[in-house]
Design a binder for this molecule. Structure first.
Ligand code: ZN
Ligand code: ZN
Length: 223
C-alpha cells in the first residue's frame, strides 16, 4: 500500500499527519457506543433492539460506533475499497470494543461474512475479510475464512422479501462448513450489523451447523 493513503482522512480525504486515520472534524461526528451496553445486541440500553428484533443465534455483540454520521460514510468508503486508513482505524477501535465487552469470552476462530465472487470482482476486496485479518493479528486468534461461504450471489439477497430475511426464514444465502465449525466458539466479524443483516444470517448457519457459540464484532451497529 502506498503511504499516501495512510495519511488521508478515511472519510473526507483531507491530508493528515502520519499515523492518523480520521481528521478532527470527522472524528467529532462519529457516534461512539459508550458506557453500559446490552451484552446481547451491543447497543446502549436506550437503543437495545432485543425487545423488538431479537437476535437469535448470536450470544454477544460489540461494536465501537453506531452506523450513523461519519461512521456511516467511512463504512461506505470501506466497502468500495477507498479506505486503507479506515480499515486500520476501525480495526483499532474494534479491538478496543472487543477488550471492553468480549474479552471474558473464549474463542477458537475468527471468521467473516463472505462476499460473493461478483462483488469481489467488482470491488476487488472484501472489507469484512480485511477487518477480520487485522483483528486476527491483533487478538491473536486464527482467521478461518472458509468456515462460511456464500451459496447465492449477493444480488439475490436484495430481491428476497425483507420480511423473510428479518424473520430469519431464509436458508441458502450462506452455508457453513459442517466439518470445520462443529464445537467452535466463533468471533464473526463484519463491517456493519443492522437488524436482519447478513451477520445474523451467517451466525444462524454457523450455529445450525454445530458452532457452540457465535459472537459478533462489527465496526458499526444500526441504531
Ligand atoms: Zn475527515
Ligand atoms: Zn439488547
Amino acid at each position: 500500500m502506498s503511504g499516501i493513503f495512510v495519511n488521508k482522512c478515511a472519510v473526507c480525504g483531507q491530508l493528515l499527519r502520519e499515523g492518523e486515520h480520521l481528521c478532527y472534524n470527522c472524528r467529532r461526528v462519529l457516534i461512539p457506543i459508550n458506557g453500559k451496553i446490552c451484552a446481547k445486541c451491543g447497543r446502549e440500553k436506550f437503543f437495545c433492539v432485543c425487545g423488538k428484533a431479537p437476535i437469535r443465534f448470536v450470544s454477544r455483540t460489540a461494536a465501537p460506533f453506531y452506523y450513523d454520521g461519519a461512521a456511516r460514510q467511512a463504512v461506505v468508503r470501506l466497502k468500495f475499497g477507498g479506505g486503507y486508513g479506515a480499515l486500520e482505524f476501525f480495526a483499532d477501535k474494534m479491538q478496543q470494543s472487543f477488550e471492553a465487552h468480549l474479552s471474558d469470552q473464549e474463542f477458537d476462530a475468527i471468521c467473516c461474512v463472505p462476499s460473493s465472487a461478483r462483488s469481489l470482482q467488482q470491488r476487488g476486496f472484501n472489507q469484512s475479510a480485511q477487518l477480520a485479518k487485522r483483528l486476527s493479528r491483533r487478538l491473536n486468534l486464527p482467521f478461518m475464512p472458509r468456515l462460511l461461504r456464500r451459496v447465492l450471489p449477493a444480488s439475490t439477497q436484495h430481491t428476497l422479501p425483507a420480511l423473510h430475511l428479518r424473520s430469519g426464514n431464509v436458508f441458502g444465502i450462506f452455508e457453513a462448513d459442517v466439518r470445520r465449525v462443529r464445537g467452535l466458539r466463533i468471533l464473526l466479524v463484519d463491517d456493519v450489523m443492522t437488524t436482519g443483516s447478513t451477520a445474523g444470517e451467517c451466525a444462524k448457519m454457523l450455529r445450525l451447523r454445530g458452532a457452540s457459540q457465535v459472537c459478533v464484532l462489527t465496526a458499526a451497529l444500526g441504531k
